[in-house]
Design a protein. Sequence first.
Length: 263
Amino acid sequence: MREILVIGIGPGNPDHVTVQAVEALNRAEVVFVVDKGDEKSGLLELRDEICRRHIRDQAGYRVVGIPEPARDRKAEDYQRAVGEWHDKRAALFEAALLEHLDDDGIGAFLVWGDPSLYDSTLRIIDRILARGAVPFEYRVIPGITSVQVLTAQHRLPLNRIGEQIHITTGRRIADAGGLPAGLDSAVVMLDAGFAAAGIDDPELSVYWGAYLGSPDEVLISGRLGDVAEHIVRTKQELRERHGWIMDTYLLRRDAQDRSRATE
Ligand SMILES: C[S@@+](CC[C@H](N)C(=O)[O-])C[C@H]1O[C@@H](n2cnc3c(N)ncnc32)[C@H](O)[C@@H]1O
């Protein structure tokens, strides 16, 4: 039976790959990576570097790119559009498994950060298994998330005492026009612009990070009203310079700041 290892590789620093992930990488005969095109080539380079650094037998594995299918980002029915996109991805993943992995081969999917956080690989795996054309067993190896690197670099606990943790997307923050009701903090991911720039709340602070964990890392923090424009400009400049950007930020209402101690 084929075996698939879904390996979280951290968000940008080969030192953030866990010992368990290194051992899993060393078992893989084929490493599958999703090729998002030139624009995101920085990510592929990092994955190559992780394989070079952490796989002991460099002749003992192959890297196979899986093309990313086109996605309808303007569809009115968001859930359906994502479902259709996942179907297309499942078909491409399945074809790659059939073509490149023997019946008893071991393959690895390298996943940015951790596979449980805003990543569709595990949903795709379920879809492939449901299609029934290529049976396999699979395991998930956790990785360090971009959220953990963000809080480490800003030297912050993620929650304050008794506070819940909320992780959301730029789209939801834009729709809500601020923090969701009843919350004093939220981590924002997947924000193509900087949705928080539209929030008028003098009590909010922001802790922002781009290319976290990599040599290109940029951190900005301060009162949202004071640094929002700076973050917007910095994002534009960085996107032009690198051709891509990934950023994450924590919004926090300071008036509720009871203590920096963790629970
Ligand atoms: C598809 S999600 C993947 C998240 C990933 N699974 C994780 O555990 O961090 C992509 C989003 O993660 C965040 N992200 C991932 N890597 C990052 C990095 N190195 N620096 C800043 N943000 C990052 C960004 O918000 C980006 O839009």
